[in-house]
Design a protein around this ligand. Structure first.
Ligand code: IPD
Ligand code: CA
Ligand code: CA
Length: 261
């Protein structure tokens, strides 16, 4: 069933959602889901719009979205995985670093992924075995193998402040040894930037499938590597600790700086 879906259909749906649902007025209509964890009317509108379009495109494929209950998803069957806005805090603060992240998981693997920047003309996409692209141009992870030339993006697990001490001690070690660190505020964009070679590595604990599904495929298809924190394989259907990189610097950080391998 999923083979009938074309990547170009996903690109059309996501770009239509960007054109119709993104405006400042709705970004400022906000509800608090938990401490520091907000949802805006833009998140809700993008999810509703994309879910409707995907149902028309492929009625048999299940739909997982951040702003709904996903308890009934059966990962042995095909499923869309959507984060309608990844980078909601950025959206609220008008920091202009937010994306739509949409993936298709089928046959127990990621088969398509799209990350569409909401404030730049940049759409990153990948299809299993066919490479990764930015606006039609092939992309590849960076070839940098030297810590002193590595830019590493950190995710602060903002909804789990109790993890701050553990997280920031890891970040300090990385910061002291690498060129610099970045905090972009969108996991999907972090992964897209690793895939494009703009960042050498990115790490964040306790992400959900909608945060990373599309980005993981981008990095893998761009020649990079995504694992859990210990370097082991990632289960993309579960909450996970994500360590992504060009396959050199991520490994060296775990082995030589953090001594985890
Ligand atoms: C969040 C962003 C952020 C990351 C959080 C995510 P949201 O997603 O990706 O960069 O640090 O862990 O939950 O809430 O903006 O969709
Ligand atoms: Ca997210
Ligand atoms: Ca979100």
């Amino acid at each position: 069933m999923e083979t009938e879906v074309k990547l170009s259909d996903l690109l059309d749906i996501v770009s239509l959602a960007k054109a119709t649902c993104i405006d400042r007025e709705h970004s400022l209509k906000i509800k608090e889901k938990g401490f520091g964890n907000y949802v805006t009317e833009v998140d809700m509108n993008v999810q509703r719009f994309i879910e409707g379009k995907l149902k028309e495109l492929a009625p048999g494929i299940q739909f997982m979205g951040e702003e709904k209950n996903n308890d009934d998803i059966d990962f042995t069957k095909p499923v869309w995985i959507l984060d309608p806005v990844d980078g909601t805090s950025n959206l609220i603060h008008d920091l202009q670093n937010s994306v739509i992240s949409l993936a298709l998981y089928s046959g127990r693997e990621l088969v398509m992924g799209v990350v569409c920047h909401l404030f730049a003309d940049e759409t990153f996409y990948a299809e299993k075995g066919k490479g990764a692209f930015l606006n039609g141009q092939p992309i590849h992870v960076s070839a940098v193998d030297d810590f002193s030339r590595s830019l590493v993006s950190i995710g602060t697990s903002p909804y789990f402040k109790e993890m701050a001490k553990e997280n920031f001690s890891i970040f300090q070690t990385i910061f002291e040894n690498c060129e610099d660190i970045r905090r972009i505020g969108s996991a999907a964009l972090d992964l897209a930037y690793v895939a494009t070679g703009r960042l050498e590595a990115y790490l964040e604990k306790r992400l959900n499938p909608w945060d990373f599904a599309a980005g993981v495929l981008l990095v893998q298809e761009a020649g990079g590597c995504v694992t859990d924190y210990s370097g082991g394989p990632l289960d993309v259907t579960q909450t996970a600790d994500i360590f992504a990189g060009n396959g050199i610097i991520d490994r060296k950080i775990r082995k030589e700086l953090l001594h985890w391998e």
